[in-house]
Design a binder for this molecule. Structure first.
Ligand code: HGA
Length: 606
């Protein structure tokens, strides 16, 4: 999660840019930089490592411009060196960027053929040359950015300044959040309102697909189609808190919307995205020799682990045993001599998971933990820590931590498969490319939130709800049911679609909504047969699928369309609709969404 800041100021802005970046340090970064418009031309200072290195650079080579952008980088494409640090620039434009430009290779080839010289290994530089190219062909800065945005594929946020334009900054949001701060005679840009807290509390949040032309006197916002739109100006409370809700009603909503950003951040820790390879940390065990992977976790983290089982067995061809930690800790399960044991916990303090970890360690397992808090007990007691970079998760019902756990597990499955020769180089590239597309695909799901509000009205009246899924969609059915139970208090159960006829089908009648998680994969046909069994008994089917609903062959109460994704990444994509359904149902029912009754965020008791 890179940090972006921008200031159209009334005095030199470099120091304020660095101060604003300091407030984004909590997101993690490996290098930093600022660029300003200096007497009409662009100048920048960058440094590897911490912000103090950038400050030292600025002390010896100050910048005096009143218009500038700043960035803290967490590398996804290209090593964390000064050369790859943002801002990137040509003589005409300077760009800071958060996220991933998926089609950077194609753009680079195209632009290089036109005579542009790339100086870095980043995806971001493609944006610089794309805008520059438009300007060289006669477009003004605004038209150049508009044209460039139309050619970019990915999930990202951008801040752009121009040579010769002391009163202009352009911001664009497509998957990663951006906030505009209104000062008096000054204007600010930040990847969250916390960065802008010392300057202003008057904030406009850009919405998905928006881009904004910022000047000191005001801001004009345009939507994806280029139409001018009005976005509300709100009072931010970010100054008093490290974490705020942004323009969302609940932390849970904010965290659902952060997923494109935090998933890219997590993936960047395990992938070499520029070359479509995994770049997995050494777990200190010979992956070619392990005879079994044992996974243990609780609640939502257990369901992430269950998806991990499908992935590791399918792609790495290693048997996986999985159990909830509260059971595994007392089962005295025999563990293989050369086993890898994986523990998944958001907080890293879950008591049952920790107890199972200690049992596995005492029984000679190599311990790897997937945690969101690196200083946690589980992390400290593990041989290898696989962090999820989800940032603080405040909502008790886990959302972004779950999908980041999935991201880490997918990379683990590919890493084991590659080490054992179960995954060829071509397949590795295919799988990594599919993972890199996930943030963009999730942003497309998040764009259609309206339909969930309507569906939630219906769901809120149900006494029982069933969720069905097959293969790696089965854990998503379990997670969907858990999410609904946790925050709306409606009774819900998740079942493997094929298991329905062995009992739960007795529950089906007109009053029972049945939510079917069914991506168009090699199991769809089987799931469709189960859907027909539900339809024959009058169940209200809500289908979440990228398949054409007409091919299902029975009446649906509703269809939630999803984008087509690779079979590997479907669980990451389908997590979003089940989260949104639960969230909007709870909001409609008026429950305490962020702190549901009887639940705790970090379960440190047995
Ligand atoms: N892809 C860009 C930006 C990385 C980012 O957003 N990290 O969170 C780069 O690698 O520089």
């Amino acid at each position: 999660m890179c940090g972006i800041v921008g200031i159209l100021g009334s005095k030199p802005v470099a120091t304020d840019l660095v101060d604003a970046l300091r407030r984004l340090e909590y997101r993690g970064y490996d290098s930093a930089g600022v660029a300003t418009v200096e007497n009409g031309h662009l100048e920048r200072r960058r440094a590897e490592g911490k912000l103090r290195n950038l400050e030292t650079r600025l002390l010896s080579e100050p910048l005096s411009g009143h218009t500038g952008i700043g960035h803290t980088r967490w590398a996804t494409h290209g090593r964390p060196t000064e050369r790859n640090a943002h801002p990137h620039m040509s003589a005409k434009v300077s760009v800071v960027h958060n996220g991933i430009i998926e089609n950077f290779r194609e753009l680079k080839t195209e632009l290089t053929a036109k005579g542009h010289t790339f100086e870095t290994d980043t995806d971001t530089e493609a944006v610089v040359h794309l805008v520059t190219d438009e300007m060289e062909r006669g477009a003004g800065p605004i038209d150049a950015v508009k044209a460039a945005l139309g050619k970019l594929k990915g999930a990202f946020a951008l801040g752009i300044i121009f040579a010769g334009e002391d009163d202009l900054m352009i911001a664009a949001r497509q998957g990663s959040p951006l906030a505009i701060g209104h000062g008096s005679g000054e204007m600010y840009l930040g990847s969250d309102a916390i960065a802008l807290a010392p300057f202003t509390d008057a904030i406009t949040y850009l919405e998905e697909g928006d881009w904004a032309v910022m000047r000191r006197a005001g801001v004009q916002v345009f939507d994806r189609a280029g139409q001018p739109v009005t976005r509300p100006l709100i009072k931010s409370v970010a100054s008093s808190l490290l974490v705020d809700k942004g323009n969302h009603r609940h932390f849970m909503a904010k965290e659902i919307h952060e997923q494109p950003d935090v998933i890219s951040h997590t993936l960047s820790n395990y992938l070499d995205m520029a070359n479509a390879r995994v770049n997995f940390p050494d777990l200190g065990i010979d992956l070619t020799k392990i005879s079994r992977v044992t996974i243990s976790a609780c609640g939502t983290a257990y369901y992430a682990g269950l998806v991990g089982k499908y992935w590791i067995e399918r792609y790495a061809r290693v048997p996986v045993e999985i159990d909830v930690a509260s059971e595994m800790r007392y089962r005295e399960a025999p563990l293989p001599a050369d086993g890898l044991a994986v523990f998944v916990s958001q907080s890293g303090e879950t008591a049952d998971t920790l107890a199972t970890l200690r049992y596995a360690k005492a029984n000679g397992q190599r311990i790897a933990s997937i945690v969101n808090v690196r200083t946690s007990t589980i992390a400290r007691e593990s041989h290898a820590v696989l962090p999820t970079l989800a940032g603080p998760e405040i909502g008790v019902a886990s959302t972004k931590a779950f999908t980041c756990q999935l991201a880490a597990l997918a990379c683990l499955a590919i890493a084991i498969g590659r080490a054992r020769g179960a995954i060829s180089q071509e397949l590795e590239q295919e799988l990594v490319t599919a993972l890199v597309e996930v943030p963009r695909l999730i942003s497309t799901v998040l764009r259609n939130e309206e339909q969930y509000i309507e569906l939630a009205h219906g769901l809120s009246k149900a006494r029982d709800v069933l969720y069905l899924g097959r293969g790696s969609s089965y854990p998503l059915a379990l997670e969907g049911a858990l999410k609904l139970k946790e925050i709306s208090y409606i009774h819900a159960e998740g079942y493997a679609a094929g298991e329905l006829k062995h009992g739960p089908i007795a529950l089906i009648d007109e009053a029972v909504p049945v939510i079917v998680v069914a991506p168009e994969d090699d199991l769809l046909e089987k799931t469709v047969s189960n859907v027909q069994e539900v339809a024959a008994r009058g169940g209200q089917i809500i289908l979440i699928s990228n398949a054409n609903p007409e091919t299902i062959g029975c009446a649906l109460a509703a269809h939630i369309p999803t984008p087509k994704a690779h079979p590997l990444t479907n669980p990451l994509i389908y997590a979003i609709p089940v989260q949104l359904l639960a969230y909007h149902t709870a909001v409609f029912m008026g429950t305490d969404v962020d702190q549901p009754r009887n639940l705790a965020k970090s379960v440190t008791v047995e």
